[in-house]
Design a protein around this ligand. Sequence first.
Ligand SMILES: Nc1ncnc2c1ncn2[C@@H]1O[C@H](COP(=O)(O)OP(=O)(O)O)[C@@H](O)[C@H]1O
Ligand SMILES: [Mg+2]
Length: 235
Amino acid sequence: MARVTLKTLTKAFGGAPLYAGLDLEVGNGEVVALMGRSGVGKSTLLRILAGIDRDYEGSATIEGVAAAQAPAPGFMFQDARLLPWLTVAQNLRLARPALSDEDLETRLAAVGLGGTSTRFPGQLSGGMQRRVALARAVLANPRLLLLDEPFASLDQALLEEMLALVGRTLAETHATAVIATHRSVEAASLAHRVLMLSGRPVAIAADIRLAGEPGARSRAEVDAITLSLSKDEGV
Ligand SMILES: Nc1ncnc2c1ncn2[C@@H]1O[C@H](COP(=O)(O)OP(=O)(O)O)[C@@H](O)[C@H]1O
Ligand SMILES: [Mg+2]
């Protein structure tokens, strides 16, 4: 678990600033969904938190340490981004070189991929590659996970499987997590809190604390939250 803070974050890519004095805090063990239309600035925010984008003013800290100096979070990109010339085991060991064979197999089994360690990404389905990417993110840093549209372009069956898997992973690790998404059902299934981003510069148009623990919500509760978030998206 790690506390995340943005203070007076200011950034422009040339032209109108993307952020102009944005403040944000994510508590220890809190799962926050960042929602907002494509281009609003979700991915850039995650890259700043990950220390990948360092070209900004203001401060981004993780446990009080500047994001660029803090231990790298576990990052899951929209596309799995596994290295195609490395096996599943080798891809995972990029995140945790000292991982024993036994632990590696346990991690793979936890994402439903037991027995695949010697396969190459090209021998896995898209859904399986995402599972490897999730396992890799957790290995990289189980305290802080940044997930950038982790469910984009999955069909309904895979979406439900991955939602359940990510939900379980978040519950088991108690990770602090920031999940960029534009689908309400993802927020309703996984998040404690939803931030609706809009405008340029970005404003937090709504900061919504969702009822209940994500893992303990019934299907009906998830559906009700999804519906109410879809209405809020108009803000
Ligand atoms: N490297 C870049 N160079 C120039 N503009 C960028 C770059 N990265 C992002 N942008 C612009 O910043 C805005 C926010 O992008 P992004 O953070 O990717 O949004 P989102 O993830 O919400 O779709 C977009 O208008 C995008 O065009
Ligand atoms: Mg994005």
